[in-house]
Each structure stands twice: as C-alpha cells, then as structure tokens.
Design a protein around this ligand. Structure first.
Ligand code: ZN
Length: 318
C-alpha cells in the first residue's frame, strides 16, 4: 500500500438549507461565525453557496450550505453525518446559555459527554448542532467579534457525528487516515485525528440511531477531510483505490481541490486540499464581502446578482 500522509482533521462540512436569509442570520448572528465566502452553486449559478467559518476561514472551521428556499424538509438517516459540533473555550457555555436565551433559540443541556460540557441546539432547518467546551481549541486565534466575546466564541469545528449501520468499516477507514479510537460512551465511539488538539479533530461514530430518513433541508450532504496539497491528495486517491473505494477525479473548487467517494456505510466523504484556501480571491479583511463568481459566470454577473436574494452585511465586523 502506498504511504499517503496522515489526515489531520476535518476540512469542511456541506449541508442543505432552506431560505438563505434565515440561514445567514442564524450562522452569523446566533452562532457568531464569520461569513467567509459568498458564491454560487457552480452547477446552478442562481443558487447561493454560502460558507461560514472562523476569522481566517481555516480548514476545520467552515460549514457550507446550498440554500434552496423551496426544498423539502429532510431528516437525519443512517449512512449520513447527522450532527456538527463546535469547539468553544473551557468555561464558555455559560455565555452561550445567556446568548441563546436572548436570541430566543432553544437548547438542551449542558450535559456531560466524555468528561466535557456540551450544549445541543438545532439550526432553523433542524440540523443538529453541539457546542463543546474543549480546552484544546483555546489556542485558536480569535479576534474581536460583536456577537460573542472571546471567552465563548466558536473557534472552529470540534467534530462531527456519523450515523452508521456498522461501525467496523468506517472505524477501519478512520484508522487508515491515522485516527485513533479514544473512548466509547453510551454507544458513541469517539475517534481522534493525529496531533490531538485543535479544530476538527473528532469523529463520533454512532450505530444506527436514525434509520431511514430523507434528503432535504437540515441534512448534511458530505463531510470533507483535509490534506495539505494536491500531492497528498493524489497519494490518497491511490491508497483509497487500493482499499477498494472509487474516488472521483479531482474537482476544481477554487478554494480547494476535491475528490469524493462513498465510504462503506454510504456516507459521502471528500478529501480537500488546504491550498489555496479562501484567501485565493479575497484578503482576510475582505472575506465574504462580495459575490465571488467563477470566470465563466462573470459575463452574467448582473443577472445573477439580481436573481439572488439580498443578504445583509454580517454583524461581525473586522
Ligand atoms: Zn465539500
């Protein structure tokens, strides 16, 4: 088997939402994430592709949405990622409870999971979100934001939950990525990326809690894992092929290069490069401020801009 480099964490998570305006307000004003990229679905330029992350839009912080105002309601299902979790500093949940009450957003908890304090809530489309107090994320640089202060603000993903029919094959794949089993609690099997602390380092495997759900808003389309560059990605294409998977050809996503494959429980996995990142076409200061279009749609910019619903300026200013 070839020696592909270990996979250091989650790169991004992509999900389906309803109204882009409602999605935008929730992720910027309730979760306090930065709006890092406003672009369109490359296959359908009259639909947004919205990205929210931390200040730098670092790999391991970005959740992306394809918002379709009239899409059917989805429900979580086995063979899918069913929850995203965000890492906040140790002690930060107190500030979150006050903030969510002020925003009129209901939540459950805090409760204890693997010795960490966790709060659970849902986004407006029903996507399950956890906020996890994690001392390991406090080192992630965090500039001033207006929504939540430094003691509470999200630093990036803590991890994600995958609902599987059989834990074995997905666990084996994570182990091939270089991840290791950490602990099991109440049916949740926790795997951790090499290097331990930081953002996007945890995958929780849960065996069949959801059964047959359906695709639609409030569901996660795929989860992407990170590699530094195209060379590492190519090594993974070889390795995955040797392991019996069928990765796609490399897809140009402008901010990263992507390959996709279905792991053995049916979850769509992506392997994405850290290079070039979200600063490929905007500076750190400008991230998310303009509608970014691929070159082939530029001649149609006016028509596209007129067709897309307006999103007001993010509340967090830089
Ligand atoms: Zn993706």
């Amino acid at each position: 088997m070839s020696s592909a480099p270990l996979i250091q964490g989650i790169h991004h998570i992509s999900a389906i939402s309803g109204s882009p305006k409602v999605n935008f307000d929730f992720y910027t004003q309730v979760l306090g994430l930065r709006f890092v990229k406003k672009t369109v679905n490359f296959d359908d330029p009259f639909t947004y592709h919205l990205y929210y992350g931390n200040h730098h839009g670092s790999p391991g912080s970005a959740i992306t949405f394809f918002p379709w105002a009239h899409v059917v309601q989805g429900s979580p299902q086995t063979g899918e990622a069913t929850a995203t979790s965000y890492g906040i500093p140790f002690g930060g949940l107190e500030g979150w409870q006050e903030h969510l009450l002020r925003q009129g957003v209901s939540f459950e908890g805090p409760f204890d999971q693997f010795g960490q304090k966790v709060l659970e809530l849902k986004d407006p489309d029903g996507l399950q979100i956890q906020l996890v107090e994690d001392a390991g994320v406090s080192g992630v640089e965090h500039p001033h934001l207006e929504v939540l202060d430094e003691s509470s603000a999200i630093r990036g993903f803590f991890g994600a939950t995958l609902d599987v029919a059989d834990i074995g094959p997905t666990a084996e794949l994570l182990e091939a990525f270089g991840w290791s089993f950490e602990a099991e609690e109440s049916g949740v099997h926790r795997y951790r990326a090499p290097g331990g602390h930081g953002i996007g380092k945890v995958i929780d495997l849960v065996q069949q809690t959801h059964g047959e759900g359906s695709f639609g808003k409030g569901t996660i389309h795929h989860i992407a894992f990170r590699v530094p560059n195209e060379e590492a990605q190519a090594a993974w294409v070889d390795q995955l092929t040797h392991m019996g998977f069928s990765p796609t050809p490399v897809q140009e996503r402008f901010y990263f290069k992507a390959i996709y494959f279905r792991e053995k429980n049916g979850i769509l996995f992506e392997i994405a490069t850290d290079e070039p990142g979200f600063t490929a076409d905007e500076s750190i200061e400008e991230l998310g401020s303009s509608l970014m279009l691929p070159a082939w749609y530029e001649p149609h910019r006016t028509k596209i801009e007129q067709a897309l619903p307006g999103l007001k300026a993010p509340i967090a200013r830089y």
